[in-house]
Design a protein around this ligand. Structure first.
Ligand code: NAD
Ligand code: YCP
Length: 311
């Protein structure tokens, strides 16, 4: 048996491309929602609090029997003070041989997390935004904001991209770093008024996005607030919108926006991909993303396959 390989940040970045990842994620989301244990076994993430450090460690094991993929992601995430220089999320993914249990690879999970999360949000927009969408608003200016900007501008042709952060320096840094057209906004209201697609990627634990500012028919990809008592969206938005999730079980366990608002989950994204639930593009839609092990599993397998091809 070959010893395990270590594939770290820069190499993962150079091997993981949206054009390969998006089709693989669409298939994986469909398999997850088919509830066939020969396709995907992925329990809801178990978390242990790192109380002293205001954080959590999440353990995300996944087995895809038909595809022969066995992985676990270890992810630590923190409630950081706004403007903190420390990372909010750190992760590693291990890829195992399901036949023998030996370790094939250890990979940096931060690039995988940033890339696959943005790719899944883009899939939600592809399925749920209204036709002819022109304006994208991104709330937050951290790692996820960057990866969402990259994939959304690569996949779609928005006429305008707006960004907001509570920290003005955050907006300035973001504008400098993305190297493409983007308009900095001084308030959430300014960023989201008239926007067709809104991405929330903040570290907030209280609502930042309010229904009263949103044009009916907009699509919201809500990526932050991944604890049962954390929020990014207000109750009215959650109750008025048609709510889609990545995992129903995960959302009912981890999403403060769903649990505390009492909103009803209409469907998983995989149900829409499988054709068993409708995509209500004409209505205001929320895709509540919490992140799933199956997304990391297909990403890690892609990275490993590309790594082997290049050897
Ligand atoms: N759904 C998923 O799969 C998934 C995956 C990774 C990260 N996340 C979550 O996405 C969010 C962003 O992650 P990141 O890695 O980009 O973090 P980051 O620290 O790089 O960026 C966080 C951004 O949120 C802003 N922010 C922090 N506190 C805020 C507050 N109280 N109000 C408004 N803005 C605030 C910061 O200024 C920054 O712009 C986090 O909540 C993280 O847990 C979700
Ligand atoms: O699926 C994930 O990887 C993330 C990590 C941070 C918290 C939310 N979920």
């Amino acid at each position: 048996m070959d010893p395990p390989v270590v594939i770290w940040e820069q190499e993962v970045r150079s091997l993981l491309h949206y054009r390969d990842l998006i089709p693989s994620l669409e298939v994986a989301l469909g398999k997850f929602s088919s509830r066939d244990s020969a396709e995907v076994i992925q329990p809801v993430r178990s978390t242990i609090p790192l109380q002293k450090h205001s954080g959590f460690m999440g353990l995300m094991p996944t087995y895809m029997e038909r595809d022969g993929i066995l992985t676990t992601k270890f992810v630590c995430f923190y409630k950081r003070q706004e403007g903190s220089a420390l990372p909010a999320v750190q992760a590693s993914v291990v890829l195992l041989d399901p036949e023998n249990g030996n370790l094939k690879a250890v990979m940096d999970g931060e690039v995988i997390t940033a890339t696959r999360t943005a790719a899944v949000s883009a899939i939600s927009a592809k399925l749920l935004m209204r036709p002819g969408a022109e304006v994208l608003a991104i709330l937050g200016t951290g790692k996820q904001a960057q990866s969402h900007y990259t994939v959304f501008t690569e996949m779609f042709s928005f006429k305008e991209v707006r960004v907001w952060s509570r920290m003005r320096e955050g907006v300035e840094r973001f504008i400098q770093s993305v190297g493409g057209p983007v308009k900095g906004c001084a308030s959430v209201e300014e960023a989201v008024r008239g926007a067709d697609v809104i991405v929330t990627v903040t570290g907030s634990t209280e609502p930042v996005l309010y229904s009263q500012w949103i044009t009916p028919g907009a699509h919201v990809a809500a990526v932050g607030a991944c604890r049962p008592d954390w929020r990014e969206l207000d109750d009215v938005l959650m109750k008025d919108a048609i709510v889609y999730v990545d995992s129903r079980e995960g959302a009912m366990t981890e999403s403060g926006d769903i649990i505390l608002s009492g909103a009803e989950v209409f469907a998983e994204l995989g149900d829409v991909i499988n054709g068993s639930k409708a995509a209500h593009r004409e209505r205001t839609t929320v895709f509540k993303s919490l992140g799933m092990g199956v997304e990391d599993a297909v990403s890690a397998q892609l990275v490993f396959d590309q790594w082997k091809d290049k050897k």
